[in-house]
Design a protein around this ligand. Structure first.
Ligand code: NAD
Length: 329
């Protein structure tokens, strides 16, 4: 049976990427929506042929518990709402995919994991790159030490924010932070999955060139991560630079991705030669995999715990920005 997915929050990612990807999935389909805007509900219902009994708003959301058409709830809301809707969805008996960054901080992630466990529901984070073939190759090269041990990683992710100055992304209470939360999370994770290890400490600094726009959140953040293997690992995130790369140096070779983190096609090199790996619809692969996990009652390769690991690093980076010192993760 193809499982029914309900998208919660019909913003740019849900509308631009997830709903189109759900037209290409084999194990799940777009069965329902949750929106606070009746006009959007009507447009989506028509465009994607969604039954009116599968359309909810934020007030009647919990009634989704009584709807057998919905197996999976996909939370695509501002970060400050991730915890609440993940927990409500699990308590309504639904399996959950929650977008990145998982929550405002690691403490919220722990609550989400515990609530899903208690409700006996699977929780996954929208980490599409774990299903992406260039990224899988980097994981293999790094973790299997194909060119010997990785000794150095430098990675960056960011874009030049020219959007609405009043958007939730620029409000700390709703976004948890700026470029670090939104974009840096990928670069942090890139280092983790290249090495297949967890960092133990971090030192960070920041830079602001548009303090008016970014008065509430970070603009550009630079960090150095300490791993148990002693590798040199640097990273940066930004709302003021178009960055997307991961470069790894191993004892006997190099490999890199650029772009490394987007969904419009990745590319990379191994020892200077093009990877020549085809691109896929990442979100379709990600959602199909989760549907299979639900059917087989098996943990996703990107469970809540994976989101928590990244948020522990993010929390430590913010502590380091405050203290100016190395902070344990
Ligand atoms: P967006 O602002 O375009 O959409 C957010 C949606 O939430 C809107 O439909 C908005 O109406 C709704 N919403 C409900 N209550 C709201 C409130 N109180 N305030 C503001 N909006 C409210 O944002 P987006 O870019 O679609 O991002 C949503 C989530 O998806 C974020 O967690 C973001 O990090 C994530 N995202 C992930 C990727 C990815 O590649 N995995 C890409 C983009 C966004």
């Amino acid at each position: 049976k193809r499982l029914g997915v309900a998208l919660v929050g019909l913003g740019s990612y849900a509308g631009g990427q997830l709903a189109p990807a759900l037209q290409h999935t084999k194990n799940c389909y777009l069965a329902g929506i949750v929106t606070g805007t009746p006009a959007k509900a009507a447009t989506w219902a028509k465009k994607y042929n969604i039954a009116s009994k599968n359309i909810y708003n934020y007030q009647n959301f919990d009634e989704i518990a009584n709807n057998p058409d919905i197996d999976i709830v996909y939370v695509v809301l501002p970060v400050s709402m991730h915890k609440e809707y993940t927990i409500r969805a699990a308590q309504a008996g639904k399996h959950v995919i929650c977008e990145k960054p998982m929550a405002l901080n690691a403490a919220e992630c722990r609550d989400m994991i515990a609530a899903c466990k208690k409700a006996n529901r699977l929780l996954s984070i929208g980490y599409r790159l774990h299903f992406e073939p260039h990224t899988r190759e980097v994981m293999r090269l790094g973790q299997k030490q194909v060119f010997g041990k990785v000794t150095e990683i430098d990675t960056a992710n960011g874009f030049t924010y020219n959007g609405d100055p009043n958007a939730w992304r620029l409000k700390k209470a709703m976004a948890g932070g700026g470029g670090l939360m939104d974009m840096g999370i990928y670069a942090i994770q890139g280092s983790r999955y290249t090495l297949g290890q967890e960092p133990i400490a971090v030192k960070a600094r920041q830079e602001k060139t548009r303090p008016q726009l970014f008065k509430d959140v970070d603009e550009t953040v630079f960090w150095e991560l300490k791993f148990p293997g002693g590798q040199k690992v640097t990273g940066k995130s930004s709302y003021n630079h178009d960055w997307s790369y991961l470069r790894a140096r191993a004892e006997k070779g190099t490999f890199e991705l650029q772009p490394a983190y987007g969904y419009d096609g990745l590319d990379g090199k191994i020892n200077g030669k093009p990877m020549q790996i085809p691109n896929i619809i990442q979100q379709a692969a990600q959602m199909d995999d989760f549907a299979t996990c639900v059917t087989l009652k098996k943990q996703s390769r990107v469970p809540g715990e994976e989101g928590l690991k990244d948020m522990k690093v993010v929390d430590a980076i913010y502590r380091s920005l405050d203290s100016g010192k190395w902070e344990n993760i």
